[in-house]
Design a protein around this ligand. Structure first.
Ligand SMILES: [Zn+2]
Length: 380
C-alpha cells in the first residue's frame, strides 16, 4: 500500500486514542500491511491521556497549597512532591506521575525483517496515537506555548519556596501568595483541558498518520535493498501524546540490545510546510541534537538530491519520541515539517484532517530517510 493510501486509511478512524476501541482497529490495520513479516505487539502501561496527568499534578499541587495553613506538614509534602513531578514531566524527563492510576494497556507495534548480528541497527519510529484537542494549539495561543510553559515552571519553583517559607514562618502575605498560586494553577488546568471535554481527540491525519506512513515506506525501501551492514526495524509507538510513554517503554525493554551502532530516525507530523531536520527541542532548557545522524542528514540535503530546500529546525511545543534515545546517547533525529512561521498547522485541533494534508514533506522525509539508511550502510 502506497504511503498516501496509508494516511487515507488511518484518517478514516474518527481518532486513534490510546486504549480506545480504535487502538485495536489501528493496530490490526497496521499489522495487516506486513503479511510475511515478524510483527509484534509490545504491551506497556500508560495513563489514557495527558489530561489524567495534568489533573493529578494540578490537584495535588493546589491541595497542598490550600492545606499548608490547616495541616502544614501535609501541605508542604504535597507541594514539594507534586511540583517536582510537574517540573520533571514538563521538561520531558521520566516523572513518577505517569505511573499514577488509572493505567491502561497500550501497544507498540514492532516489525522486523530477518536481522543478522554484528550489523548496525537503524530504528525507524513514528507514533500512531492521536492527541486530545487542546486550545493551547490554536494559532493564537501556540506562539506562546513555550513562554507560558516557562512561566508556569517558574511559578511551580516559586510555589515550592513559598511553601517552605510559610511552613517555618506562617503569615498572611505568604498565605495570600499561596492562594494566588493555587488559583493560577487551577486556571491553567482548565485552559489545558477544556477543549478535550468539548471536542475529544484529534483525527491526526498530519499528526501522525503521515509519520507512520513515512516510517513504513522508508522501512520497505531499505528492506528491499541488499544492505550488508544495516538491520532495519520499524517501531510504531503508542501513547506519544501522553508523554512519549510508548517510546520510553520500548527503550527500557530493548536497551540492552543497543550499542554504539544503534541509530534512530523518528517521523512526526509531515503533512504541512517544509520538511525539517529537527536539531533543537526542549521546554526550559534546549535539548540539542548534534550527532552522526544529523550530520548525515545535513550532508545529504546539501548535495544534489532534490532535497536542497530541507533545512534544520527547532521545535519547543512539547517534544518527540526521540528524546529518551537522545538522552541515552543513541544518535537520533526527528524529521518533522514546519510552516514558514515555524509551526505545525492544525495539530491537536479538529482541523488536523486529510483535506489539510500536503504530502510533499512526507515524501521528502521518505527520500531523505532512505538515503540516510543507505549512507549508514556504506559508512564505516
Ligand atoms: Zn506527534
Amino acid at each position: 500500500m502506497e504511503p498516501e493510501k496509508i494516511v487515507e486509511q488511518l484518517s478514516m478512524f474518527p481518532h486513534r486514542a490510546v486504549a480506545s476501541g480504535n487502538e485495536t482497529k489501528t493496530l490490526d490495520f497496521l499489522s495487516g500491511l506486513f503479511e510475511n513479516q515478524q510483527v509484534e505487539r509490545e504491551r506497556f502501561r500508560t495513563p489514557k491521556n495527558y489530561i489524567v496527568i495534568v489533573l493529578w499534578l494540578i490537584s495535588g499541587l493546589v491541595a497542598g497549597l490550600l492545606l499548608l495553613h490547616a495541616v502544614p506538614v501535609a501541605g508542604l509534602f504535597l507541594v514539594i512532591i507534586f511540583a517536582t513531578m510537574a517540573l520533571l514531566y514538563f521538561n520531558w524527563y521520566a516523572s513518577p506521575v505517569t505511573n499514577f492510576p488509572p493505567l491502561k494497556d497500550s501497544y507498540n507495534l514492532v516489525v522486523k525483517k530477518e536481522s543478522r548480528p554484528g550489523k548496525k541497527k537503524l530504528l525507524l519510529m513514528a507514533h500512531w496515537d492521536t492527541a486530545p484537542i487542546s486550545i493551547l494549539y490554536t494559532p493564537k495561543m501556540v506562539g506562546n506555548f513555550r513562554s507560558s510553559l516557562k512561566i508556569t515552571l517558574i511559578l511551580m519553583v516559586m510555589a515550592e519556596f513559598t511553601a517552605v517559607f510559610h511552613y517555618f514562618m506562617p503569615n498572611k502575605i505568604t498565605m495570600f501568595a499561596l492562594w494566588a498560586l493555587a488559583l493560577y494553577f487551577g486556571i491553567q488546568a482548565v485552559v489545558a483541558t477544556v477543549d478535550f471535554f468539548r471536542f475529544g481527540y484529534s483525527n491526526g491525519a498530519s499528526d501522525n498518520a503521515t509519520g507512520v506512513a513515512a516510517a513504513i515506506q522508508t522501512a520497505r525501501n531499505l528492506w528491499d535493498k541488499p544492505l550488508k551492514n544495516l538491520n532495519v526495524e520499524l517501531v510504531l509507538t503508542g501513547a506519544e501524546e501522553v508523554g512519549m510513554i510508548g517510546s520510553k517503554a520500548y527503550l527500557k525493554k530493548h536497551y540492552k540490545e543497543f550499542d554504539k551502532n544503534t541509530f534512530l530516525i523518528n517521523f512526526d507530523t509531515l503533512g504541512a510546510g517544509n520538511l525539517k531536520i529537527i536539531n533543537k527541542t526542549g521546554s526550559w532548557g534546549d535539548i540539542v541534537y548534534t550527532n552522526k545522524l544529523v550530520e548525515i542528514a545535513e550532508e545529504i540535503t546539501a548535495g544534489k538530491t532534490g532535497l536542497e530546500h530541507v533545512k534544520t529546525g527547532a521545535w519547543h511545543t512539547a517534544d518527540f519520541d526521540s528524546v529518551w534515545f537522545h538522552r541515552a546517547g543513541i544518535p537520533s533525529v526527528t524529521l518533522a515539517a514546519l510552516d514558514a512561521g515555524g509551526r505545525m498547522p492544525n495539530i491537536h485541533r479538529p482541523t488536523d484532517i486529510l483535506d489539510h494534508v500536503d504530502f510533499r514533506p512526507m515524501n521528502d522525509a521518505i527520500l531523505l530517510a532512505t538515503l540516510m539508511g543507505e549512507k549508514l550502510n556504506k559508512n564505516e
